[in-house]
Ligand binder design. Sequence first.
Ligand SMILES: *Cc1c(COP(=O)(O)O)cnc(C)c1O
Length: 396
Amino acid sequence: MQFSPSVSKLQESQTIAAAKKAKELKAAGKTVYEFTLGEPDFNTPDHICEAAIQAMRAGKTHYTPAGGTPELKKAICTAALRDYQLQIDPSQVIISNGAKHSIHNVLSVMCSPGDEVLIPTPYWVSYSALVELAGGIPIEIFTTEEQGFLPSVEQIAEKVTGRTRMVMLNSPCNPTGVVFPVALLKAIGQLAVEHDFYILSDEIYDKLIYPGAETACMMTLGSEIAERTILVNGVSKAYAMTGWRIGWTIGNPEMIKMIDKLQSQQTSNPCSISQAASVAALTGPQDCVAEMLKAFTARRAFVLDRLRAIPGCSFVEPGGAFYAFFKVSDYFDRPLQGGVKVSNSSDFCTALLEQGQVALVTGDAFGAPGYVRLSFATDMATLEAGLDRIAAFLAG
Ligand SMILES: *Cc1c(COP(=O)(O)O)cnc(C)c1O
């Protein structure tokens, strides 16, 4: 069969593929210690589920406007004011079926064929794939652990050309957990103003920042930078609502209208019930967020302590999100558990799954060979057993 070239050359999301493999082993009766998926293990808080039930009972089961309900747009504006003292208008907001959909739609309306989109590594799996799908060209900006997995402004400036359309930033970052210092965000923003390109700021982990780490909402860094910022966020990570599929874009009203038009032909509205639940998430009590952050904080401390005790498994301390991204290349080409040898991160993950029954995601998926990603969005008992097994696997 023949398929469209743009989809044929698309790679399956490697995080989802890794999780699938672990599930297959589990289905075959094996115990697998699973650290692949990027989602909170908590269930959605009760008061949010309750709002969804109420919405169904109240007959909110019909189509809503394609770009989302006025109630949810207003709730997003209210939350922006509460959390960031950021004044935005509903005309600057559009709701989509998860932040991934938001990112796809932004790229679809903003990119002309051949437009260049700058992406610092390591980056979230879908960024480069979605840029290509939109007809743009992803331009990677390679960063190292030594530089804290943070691009310098000079590195970005070097890659700016007449075709540069935007830079994609993700602070806190998936997969590294690194948060971008405010001064760096400002400097990148200024570069965008000077060279007339946009900043797509994916702030999906903005509620999961650990004590001591500091970053900022890109839209709060002055009016010139705000005008060039396209902010993406959603309820998935902050409120443990990955399955509900609600994300949003905040930006220039003209761009929002273009996305609205696209969405009206493409998906129509995001789920009406999920939208009602998201209003409750954003405007209801926020202690559930603090409680989840507390649990993540304890798990993070445990995981980092264990990794520090393993020679060569270096990392940059994650300031946010729920991932540890550590180096395994010191263990290439030498005997590991069961005598196996590997020479790259992908083979490392396969061998670890087969020998140690531990599932991680290869750094290759994030443009960072030699590293692996461990998601600590799972319970302590699994983390303890999993880290014992990783240590044993490496000890050979
Ligand atoms: C999880 C995630 C998203 C998308 O979340 P949705 O569930 O689609 O709202 C976007 N960006 C990053 C970096 C993520 O980790």
